[in-house]
Ligand binder design. Structure first.
Ligand SMILES: C[S@@+](CC[C@H](N)C(=O)[O-])C[C@H]1O[C@@H](n2cnc3c(N)ncnc32)[C@H](O)[C@@H]1O
Length: 496
């Protein structure tokens, strides 16, 4: 039994967990703690009720209190002082709404009787908290928010929740996959036999970063590891990658003879390759290396460690992702995961798709141009439209985005296939949206695919600048990708 209105202690594990849940919904502790104290008092210190359905009684009670405050302010304004109304909705339990996103529609994790009893108790508790002089009106109401507690369905070592505080959008339909998967014809040259002595550090033990000399795996990064001992990307490496993005013309490019990006599938013609930057790769230790899994040169392969959340940003951009914790510069956030498709497969997939609003393919062109002819099964891209991980929600921001994509070699020295990893470019504060500059050239009017109308909000927004310089008569850009598009790069994620 909880004693009379004692202040709750955030060091208490149970209190901390409740606050972590409400913080996910942007509810500050100063609003959570008084409601939690009251709920505990009313329920005789029953934490089972508080935790039920992912803390839904607590969350609803906080929202109800807010709602009642607004209504009593309105009624006192209307001269209706003293008579407040609590609107009770009959929302699905949070578990039910999670279930429906997992194709588990309508199934309740509790037995029906238990669920009814829990809901009854929840509303009894809620009316108790909103005061005894309340009049209860049974009226259906749209939920203010949707929440899925873990979109990864347990496949990552952290949970990633999804919230919609606007309440208008459907939970996005896609299959969460934590690792890239070949769709059909992509050819990945992955085999231990291909990894020769110079491509691994068979004689290392423990942590390569603690050894006296850099191992063979540091060769790719000029004999220095890309990571610090704290697991961050080294400043110098990061700065070079940023410079390449900012001023690509200062860096070397390779040109394909038969570039998949300027191939016109319909007419069977071939355009002139615009060149591919020779990108800086991180090379991580792998299976043939002697070091262990905690080696400091294995960061991306260990997966997501940050607390992330998918949330509904606005009508224009759709869903986005934010960090729930402060992230220092150089932090690995997540990989861009999707189905591995050949250029032709993506083209055909786009022909079949009718109404995809947002687009999710990224080209793996880090090595195109290094050989005379690139076979179709080697011209690969990652498409996260139907299968992907949390990175499929990273929105675009012009110039001052806080993430950078860096190619990472892990299981094969063959650069037709590699990983794309996102790292923070600067210190990022908790609750900030994580964004990436897709490098779209908004001024390229000749391109058959119109990019989306950018609403990144940046002062340096290239689309805004282009539109400004063209005047107001400019035709609004289409969001739906054209079927005439020549290749993956020409989708939403076109390069400058
Ligand atoms: C990789 S997805 C990002 C997740 C997407 N917002 C969603 O709701 O699933 C890329 C798509 O998001 C939208 N998008 C991303 N950044 C945007 C921006 N700055 N302005 C407008 N739309 C944006 C575009 O429709 C783009 O094709």
């Amino acid at each position: 039994m909880i004693s009379d209105m004692q202040p709750l202690d955030l060091n208490d594990e149970k209190v901390r967990k409740a606050c972590l849940k409400t913080r996910e919904l942007n509810i500050p502790d100063r609003k959570t703690l008084p409601v939690l104290t009251k709920l505990l008092k009313e329920s005789g210190g029953n934490w089972h009720i508080i935790r039920l359905d992912n803390y839904s009684a607590l969350i609803d009670a906080i929202y109800s209190l807010e709602e009642e405050k607004t209504q009593s302010e309105a009624s006192s304004y209307n001269g209706n002082r003293g008579k407040s109304v609590v609107v009770i909705d009959s929302p699905p339990t949070l578990k039910q709404s999670e279930g429906s996103s997992n194709g588990n529609r309508g199934k309740n994790v509790l037995g029906t009787d238990t669920a009814a009893a829990a809901l009854k108790k929840k509303y009894e508790t809620r009316s108790a908290i909103t005061g005894s002089s309340t009049e209860l009106v049974q009226k259906p109401r749209k939920r203010k928010f949707k929440i899925v507690s873990d979109i990864t369905k347990g496949s990552e070592s952290v949970q990633i929740s999804l919230v919609d505080e606007v309440g208008t959008e459907k939970v996005p339909k896609f299959t969460y996959i934590p690792h890239n998967i070949v769709y059909q014809s992509a050819y990945l040259h992955v085999s231990l036999a291909r990894i020769c002595e110079e491509d691994c550090c068979a004689n290392c033990t423990g942590d390569c970063l603690s050894a006296d000399f850099p191992c063979a795996c540091a060769r790719e990064t000029s004999g220095e590891y890309a990571y610090t001992k704290e697991g961050l990307l080294k400043e110098k490496f990061l700065d070079t990658c940023l410079e390449m993005k900012k001023s690509p013309d200062k860096f070397d490019k390779v040109y394909c003879q038969d570039c998949p990006l300027v191939r016109d599938h319909e007419r069977g013609t071939q355009g002139k390759c615009e060149g591919h930057l020779i990108r800086k790769f991180i090379k991580e230790c792998w299976r043939k290396c002697g070091c262990d899994m905690m080696c400091g040169n294995r960061v991306v392969q260990r997966g997501i460690r940050c607390q992330l959340q998918v949330y509904y940003t606005n009508e224009e951009k759709g869903w986005g992702i934010r960090t729930l914790q402060d992230l220092p510069k150089g932090t690995f956030v997540c990989e861009y995961i999707g189905e591995i498709l050949t250029n032709t497969e993506l083209y055909e997939r786009n022909l079949r798709s009718t109404s995809e609003r947002h687009t999710y393919p990224v080209t793996l062109d880090g090595d195109w141009g290094s050989e005379k002819e690139l076979k179709d099964e080697e011209a690969l891209c990652l498409d996260a439209t139907t299968c992907g991980n949390v990175a499929r929600f990273v929105n675009h921001r012009c110039e001052d985005a806080n993430l950078i994509d860096i190619p990472v070699e892990i299981e094969t020295p063959d650069r037709h296939y590699y990983h794309i990893a996102f790292f923070t470019i600067r210190d990022v504060k908790a609750m900030d949206e994580l964004t990436w500059d897709y490098m779209i050239d908004f001024s390229d009017e000749s391109h058959p695919v119109k990019a989306f109308k950018c609403s990144c909000g940046s002062e340096l927004c290239r689309d805004k600048i282009t539109r400004g310089s063209r005047g107001k008569s400019m035709e609004r850009r289409k969001i739906v990708p054209s079927k005439k598009q020549p290749g993956p790069k020409a989708m939403a994620l076109r390069r400058k």
